[in-house]
Write a protein that binds this ligand. Sequence first.
Ligand code: GLC
Length: 434
Amino acid sequence: MNDLRKAAVDVLHRNDRETFTAPSPRQYPHLWLWDAGFAALGWAAIGDFERAYREIRAALRGQWRNGMLPHVVFYGWPSAYFPGADVWRSDLAPEAPKDLPTSGITQPPVLAFVVEILFRHDPDRQRAEVFARETFPALRAYHRWLHAARDPEGVGLSCIVHPWESGMDNSPLWDQPLSRVPTEGLPPYRRADHHWVPEEQRPRAIDYDRFLALILHLRAHRYGESGVRTSPFRVADVLFNALRHRSEEALYAMARALGEPTEEIEGWLERSRTAFQTRLWDPERSFFLDWDDLAGERIPIIAAGGFVALYAGLATPEQAREMVDRHLRNPEAFAPDGGTRYFVPTVSKGDPGWEPRRYWRGPVWINLNALIAHGLARYGFHGLAEDIRHHTLDLIARSGFHEYYDPRTGEGLGIGDFTWSAALLLGWELLKVG
Ligand code: GLC
């Protein structure tokens, strides 16, 4: 094992809280949904499938009776984290677990495809099957919820009702839709995220006000249907729905292997394939764009999440080629040039909202790099996929396992010793499709 891999294993062990792996024990001391999926891949990559399964079980323990998987499960609460369980108040929702506080929103649906990866790679076939049979019903229930509660009209795309559900908290994608969120009468509050990370690398105060206002809106509706229906923020995000689709491909494969019915899942796959073409593909920009459900229009921002459609196989070969030529290989958009040195900035450099040091507004994130690289490989762009892998390794060798990186200099930003940066260095190959 080389030094980088050894260092990655150390990060996993340092962040291991036994029940779950903290994304960062200081900045994010609880369980986060998509982080748990990536952490599980890290544990599996070092052969510790038992530990990987424990991670998944810990995420599923937070599941609500309606199928929702919350984006934070507050193991280890109380902590200094804001907004904590006292703000979310999941106890107000009749569907929430009684004995374990959680948030009231979800996060990108990666868990099903992670479980299918674990199922495929575990050398102990009996253990793998027991685990798959145990978790399949919960994963299917989650996806039923993603359709029933977040796509009530059966369009084929699930809406998010909080930017945090996208995993990309302050992306320029949300600037316009968030501007409609009223913040009058917000109670005074104190953020905790500036304690460890400089303010200029975190979301702005105005964004945080809106994040909190949306939580209070959903909470006032006990996180039920009426809160979604009346939410001032409702977006069908490309990254979120691409990962949902990838997870449903995985659910389909698991259903086949376990002898479970497949029709329902086939219907989901069919509908999202159509919706990606009819609603999200923008022929003028040659890109998949987010859909602002309240404005009834696409959001004209070219963000790296668009490339994740390739990971889910949702682009035609021509669309993939156009996206690559016009955006990924374009030094004015995503490709390295004199200004930037590393793949893949979160947002096109040509976007006026691009900020290379501020969280999800421009830096490089390891999880997106991994998903984009494997999506490119799925379409045969092996050279580009390798370039992204090399850039990722360079960033980590240069700056360690940071939360995100400045694409111009490679400087590590955000919190250090970040779990998914370490886990995905180890588990990179596991994400391969097919
Ligand atoms: C931040 C990130 C989100 C991540 C969480 C824990 O909120 O935006 O994607 O899951 O931190 O790492």
